[in-house]
Design a protein around this ligand. Structure first.
Ligand code: AMP
Length: 191
């Protein structure tokens, strides 16, 4: 494969987290999940956690400046030089633009944007199922689920238009077993 600086993209419930865990084990790169970082802060009741919760509990994005600063700080660590898996970031065009500037400054590329696609109906049933298993508050309420889908469509999906002209988007069908989807990801990464 050409490089290990990878973004994992897709709607909520596409299976990003599950695939990310498998991928970082295979590639031996740091897993940078903004959702996990916010959840950790929420659990520890930090100032950032209190702020993040006020947005995530409604299915909204945490404001760009807060999220971008958190990611910029993480990317300043030297372990990202040989690769990273960014999971759940960027999720808005300003975040994509900011990431571009940050990576340019530290001299790192984005080699692949893995875009996992799943239909709206499948997402709804998956999120409802996950709520029962993981007990995530933002998966339980249908109104919050709808907000997260709307947010994805209006704010996150346009990021793909930012990356498509660069020729780095690798589309992957997210329907199937965990291993089937993982095999497809390995295929598009030539791994
Ligand atoms: P996730 O686990 O990736 O679905 O993230 C859970 C929640 O954290 C999201 O619904 C958002 O409220 C927040 N979040 C995660 N990543 C971002 C991001 N890149 N920008 C803004 N908010 C985010």
């Amino acid at each position: 494969m050409s490089g290990k600086h990878i973004l994992l993209f897709g709607p909520p419930g596409a299976g990003k987290g599950t695939q990310a865990s498998k991928l970082v084990t295979l590639l031996q790169v740091p897993h940078i999940s903004t959702g996990d970082m916010f959840r950790e802060n929420i659990k520890n009741e930090t100032e950032l956690g209190v702020l993040a919760k006020s947005y995530s509990s409604q299915g909204k994005l945490v404001p760009d400046e807060v999220t971008i600063a958190m990611v910029k700080d993480r990317l300043s660590r030297s372990d990202v030089k040989t690769g990273f898996l960014l999971d759940g970031f960027p999720r808005s065009v300003p975040q994509a633009e900011a990431l571009h500037a940050i990576l340019e400054e530290i001299g790192l590329p984005i080699d692949h944007v893995v875009n996992i696609s799943v239909s709206d109906d499948d997402i709804r049933s998956r999120l409802a199922k996950r709520a029962g298993i993981e007990g995530r508050a933002d998966d339980a309420d249908p109104k919050v689920i709808q907000n997260r889908l709307d947010t994805y469509k209006s704010q996150s999906e346009p990021c793909l238009d930012f990356y498509r002209p660069k020729g780095i988007v690798r589309d992957v069908d997210g329907i199937g077993s965990i291993d089937e989807v993982f095999d497809r990801i390995k295929l598009v990464l030539n791994y």
